[in-house]
Design a protein around this ligand. Structure first.
Ligand SMILES: [Zn+2]
Ligand SMILES: [Zn+2]
Length: 152
């Protein structure tokens, strides 16, 4: 099963609902009833379930932020499909492979394509990059690990 923020929020809701159920159950017992004492641990458990629910919700938020579409940000542009195959002239860029053209000079601008790969080089340095940049990185980064990010 793939982890998703929605799945975590679903579990958070269940934990919260469980906490409510436990509390409702315990509150049904009269304050002066002898059952109150053994139920103290159950009331405490409801509190833990509430905290668990909050933590799950926080994890979902963190995952949301991690997965927010980010720009590649490498200091030069590439063809999203072919990598370092661009030629620039007169303020326009063309891919030498697919002939796709852009009406601005992509080579001199930071890459704005969405991040789709996590690249870890031999020294352990992590760089996030787009499809096009990963093509070039494959050629130069020997021993690096390429991890495709989960698509949503
Ligand atoms: Zn191309
Ligand atoms: Zn890029």
């Amino acid at each position: 099963m793939n982890v998703t923020p929605a799945r975590l929020r679903f579990l958070a809701d269940r934990a919260g609902a469980l906490a409510d159920e436990v509390r409702a159950l315990c509150e049904g017992v009269a304050v002066d009833a002898p059952e109150r004492d053994p139920l103290a641990a159950a009331v405490e458990a409801a509190g833990w379930l509430d905290r668990g629910s909050e933590d799950l919700r926080r994890a979902a938020g963190d995952l949301d932020r991690l997965w927010a579409v980010r720009e590649c940000g490498m200091p030069w542009g590439v063809c999203p499909e072919h990598g370092r195959t661009l030629s620039s002239s007169a303020g326009a860029s063309t891919c030498r492979v697919c002939r796709r053209t852009w009406d601005h000079d992509r080579l001199t601008k930071p890459c704005a394509e969405p991040v789709t790969w996590k690249v870890t080089d031999e020294a352990g340095t992590v760089t996030m990059m787009c499809d096009g940049h990963v093509l070039g990185a494959h050629a130069v980064l020997r021993g690096a690990t390429f991890t495709r990010l989960a698509t949503r």
